[in-house]
Design a protein around this ligand. Structure first.
Ligand SMILES: CC(C)(COP(=O)(O)OP(=O)(O)OC[C@H]1O[C@@H](n2cnc3c(N)ncnc32)[C@H](O)[C@@H]1OP(=O)(O)O)[C@@H](O)C(=O)NCCC(=O)NCCS
Length: 133
């Protein structure tokens, strides 16, 4: 199996992105997928031939960045694909001059982010979030 990685272009199909989310973790609307493509600073996609099988994305303001939606289709997990996506995202952000990259995640995934791109777990930080629905 040959997996290729690329930064998704701004004209990437929202339909294709929705197809991926629907298979990996349902819940995103077509409109949200369009918005994700438009407003994400960068989306790295992993492809098996032409099929999108993993993504990771970031939002940034040239000072701080926030990683989100790091997601690999279940049947492709544990093959190093997620780590490659996180590494490419962080490299892209660091190249852009970003100094601090945030990522909110489950505690048990901290080693994954550490080994993928050196992201450090800070036990003194907590993440607060508001679910507005
Ligand atoms: C998290 C996720 C992206 C990892 O992708 P992946 O392609 O399976 O990860 P990799 O194969 O690159 O794993 C890299 C390392 O992290 C470890 N790892 C991966 N998933 C893990 C998990 N759920 N718990 C603990 N460790 C994990 C692997 O064992 C591997 O360690 P190793 O290098 O010592 O062998 C994938 O499991 C996923 O899509 N999960 C559901 C969505 C999710 O939780 N995303 C994170 C939101 S913050």
């Amino acid at each position: 199996m040959i997996i290729t990685y690329k930064k998704l272009p701004k004209n990437f199909s929202a339909k294709k992105l929705k197809f991926f989310y629907d298979e990996a973790t349902p819940g995103k609307t077509f409109r949200q997928c369009g918005s994700i493509i438009k407003y994400s600073s960068v989306i790295i996609g992993a492809f098996d031939k032409n099929a999108l099988i993993g993504i990771g994305r970031a939002l940034d303001d040239n000072v701080y960045a926030f990683l989100t939606d790091i997601l690999v289709k279940p049947e492709y997990r544990k093959k190093g694909i997620g780590a490659e996506i996180v590494k490419m995202l962080c490299n892209w952000l660091v190249k852009k001059g970003i100094k601090i990259i945030h990522c909110s995640t489950d505690k048990k995934l901290a080693p994954f982010y550490k080994s993928a791109a050196g992201l450090e777990y800070n036990p003194n930080n907590i993440t607060l979030f508001l679910k507005n629905f």
